[in-house]
Design a protein around this ligand. Structure first.
Ligand SMILES: Cc1cc2nc3c(=O)[nH]c(=O)nc-3n(C[C@H](O)[C@H](O)[C@H](O)COP(=O)(O)OP(=O)(O)OC[C@H]3O[C@@H](n4cnc5c(N)ncnc54)[C@H](O)[C@@H]3O)c2cc1C
Length: 464
């Protein structure tokens, strides 16, 4: 890069907020995908939409790729500068600007850490329930750009369901607000929702107006063990017919239990060989009576499927214990010397068991470990492909063929390639499995309308 570009960046953001690659530590430019390091030319930390607009102008003038970056917790390579150029971190846009309790929304900058936002509004008795497992480091802007979900999505939906309005710096340098700070708005095309899950290819989100709800006051957790996976899936599915939805319904299969059991407390229940799957439930309600009603109703439904046993977590400590196995699966895989690829296909909830059967078949065919767990009521299971370090077969593994089989399994059951992690640069080659040529061409035309010089996050989401 000509030094004048770095100098021009420094002139925009200040001397101490633009760096050459050799001046930054590796963690600040990676994400959580297995994608290799990408060479890039500069890392810049702007502090305002105006500074971002100036950087966008510079990229347009010099035809330099620009990659927006949130917390870097993405697992599909979306924040990696695969085409080189400038990496733009939103880290300095970290203010919660306003919490409007009367109108039930909050205005935040996009670099606010998800958990920081959740904690701040909970202190005011309000709630933003869609926080991902990465909440301690992901940013609100990254959550919007990925339309993140969470275990609580079965009750509350995903981030898109909480978006009222966004401030965006367009790839042409203009700054717009996409909607209005109201709960109903049909004035014009719904650009706000277009940015949900847009993976940084249409614009750089700088502020968000997020719907917030009153914080539920009562919570209960329950763990049920089943002697076979099909019954566990049927029991989980039956809960969706209840009149009060649990906040979370997670399915954990035996292989995930085996892998993680050494990492949980010795008094964790239902680890015996008679259990083939766990269904982990949580309810969030506003009154004790409402909670009792919800739990009783679900409990009766579960009992109809003859669980091996059921454990209830009433105190926060008990609840944490019951969640600990689910929450430590990734850590257990890493601790056992495995890299993993997290495939997050989503199927209609009634087809979860059929999907799991297909995955077992694929694992046997390829002689690979595929471990499934996740959001049963959404049909959004994590299918973890374990890649043990030092396994010589890993290099020879035909990943494209294996992934094609997994995605086709989901698609043949009426599902989708990705339920919450997005496409990034790891899954775009598979888009034609699901989307027609017409659909892909339309998406490219939308991209061109926003970004005629194709500077923003090239190589992501779309087949370019
Ligand atoms: C341990 C772990 C647990 C996870 N759990 C979940 C989960 O429960 N649910 C879930 O959905 N995901 C989960 N994820 C995936 C990841 O955390 C989410 O996709 C998250 O929303 C990414 O946010 P981020 O700020 O880290 O974004 P990044 O990884 O930095 O970026 C992701 C994408 O968003 C774009 N982007 C970032 N900020 C902006 C912006 N301001 N404007 C425009 N584009 C932008 C980037 O260009 C990139 O394409 C998990 C990941 C890990 C490592």
């Amino acid at each position: 890069m000509p030094s004048t570009i770095l100098q021009r960046l420094k002139a925009i953001v200040g001397e101490e907020h633009a760096y050459l690659p050799e001046e930054v530590d590796a963690a600040s430019v990676k994400d959580h995908s297995l994608f290799a390091d990408c060479p890039f030319e500069a890392l810049v930390y702007p502090a305002s939409p105006r500074e971002i607009a100036c950087i966008v102008d510079l990229c347009n003038q010099c035809q330099i790729p620009l990659t927006p970056r949130g917390g870097g917790t993405g697992v599909t390579g979306g924040a990696l500068p695969v085409a080189g150029g400038i990496l733009l971190s939103l880290r300095r846009l970290d203010r919660i600007l306003h919490v409007d309790l009367s109108n039930r929304y909050a205005v935040v900058e996009s670099g606010v850490i998800t958990e920081t936002f959740c904690t701040a509004i909970e202190a005011q008795g309000m709630y933003f329930p869609i926080y991902p497992g990465s909440k301690g480091s992901s940013f609100i802007g990254g959550n919007i750009a990925e339309n993140a979900g969470s275990p609580r999505s079965c009750k509350y939906g995903t981030v898109k369901d909480f978006l009222l309005n966004l401030e965006v710096v367009l790839p042409t340098g203009e700054v717009i607000w996409t909607g209005a700070n109201v709960y109903k708005d049909v004035t014009g095309l719904n650009l706000t929702q277009l940015f949900a899950g847009s993976e940084g290819v249409l614009g750089i989100i700088t502020k968000a107006v997020l719907k917030i709800i009153p914080k539920p006051l009562k919570k209960r957790t329950l763990l049920a063990g089943f002697s076979d996976v099909r019954t566990a899936c049927e029991a989980a599915l039956s809960l969706s017919r209840g009149f009060i939805q649990p906040a979370a319904v997670e399915l954990i299969t035996r292989s995930a239990i085996d892998l993680t059991a050494p990492f949980v407390s010795a008094n964790y229940p239902l680890l015996g060989p008679d259990v083939q799957a766990h269904v982990l439930l949580e309810w969030e309600e506003y009154t004790e009576a409402g909670l009792d009603l919800a739990v009783d109703e679900s409990y009766k439904r579960l009992q109809a499927y003859d669980p091996v046993d059921v454990f209830s977590g009433i105190s926060a400590g008990e609840s944490d214990l019951l969640w600990s196995l689910r929450n430590r699966i990734g850590e257990a895989m890493t601790a056992q010397g495995c890299r993993y690829r997290d495939i997050d296909s989503c199927v209609p909830p009634a087809n979860v068991f059929a999907y799991l059967e297909s995955i077992d078949g694929i694992a046997s065919r390829y002689g690979r470990r595929l471990i499934c767990f996740g959001h049963a009521m959404d049909g959004n299971l994590h299918t973890m492909l374990l890649l043990p370090e030092g396994d010589s077969g890993v290099e020879a593994l035909d990943l494209t063929s294996l992934l094609t089989d997994i995605y086709n399994a989901a698609l043949s059951l009426g599902g989708t390639i990705s339920g919450e992690h997005g496409i990034g640069c790891l899954q775009n080659e598979f888009l034609p499995l699901q989307l027609s040529a017409t659909h892909l061409a339309l998406m490219r035309r939308v991209k061109m309308a926003f970004d005629p010089r194709l500077i923003l996050n090239p190589g992501k989401l779309l087949l370019t």
